[in-house]
Design a protein. Sequence first.
Length: 258
Amino acid sequence: MACDRYRRLLPALSDRELGPLRRFLVARHAIRCAACSTELEELEAMRTALRTRLTYHRAPPGLAARIGSALPREAPPAEVEPRRWARPAWTLAGSGLVGALAGIALTVVVLGGHSAGGDRELQGVIDSQIRARMADHLTDMPTSDQHTVKPWLSARLPISPPVPELKDVGFPLVGGRMDFIDGRPTAVVVYRHGKHVVNLYAWAATAAADTAFRTTRRQGFNIVSWRQSGIAYHAVSDCEADALMRFAQEIERAATGS
Ligand SMILES: [Zn+2]
């Protein structure tokens, strides 16, 4: 049955190894299937634990050279990609030397993941915006009633983002939907500004401290990102940057008031 097929792909989803279409299909199934969403949460928890709780030791000087001289001679690859490199090392588990090599490879992957985190999040919200548009599926809960959207999102997420009515300032509410961004369950509150769609993405922040507005432009979209009271926000739209900044300020004000 369909669930089995999707469930086999959950580890690949969690490891960010699926292409955009499969990622969309598997994530969409996981949002709606209790068993798969539980399994995905467990995978994500393990991933986070691996990232944050493992202790790392700096390799002693000369170790790389010793490993190099112990390995059979082979032309070095032109460009070493950490993820690919990690795999052959794991399959040779058993020898202490190779174990050490695998440890180094893992460290490279983990550190790489850290530095790329913010970028992946931004790409995630852009992908989501494009997916929603392609599938003509802006909302799971189409309503301009903030008192319907907010509880609908709160019931499905560990956070409760503000859903202010901003019609008077040029941003009528269109509805809400659920998504997975970078493996995280995410609330998407959808507004309009003229002919433009404005998506507000909100998920539980991994760091506590609030951050100021940060603006980015990518693939024709403007993005305003900030963190406030334990929630990470990204406002995304192809409307003008000034208008999006006004929108972000309205949301920040509403979040302060609620
Ligand atoms: Zn399922």
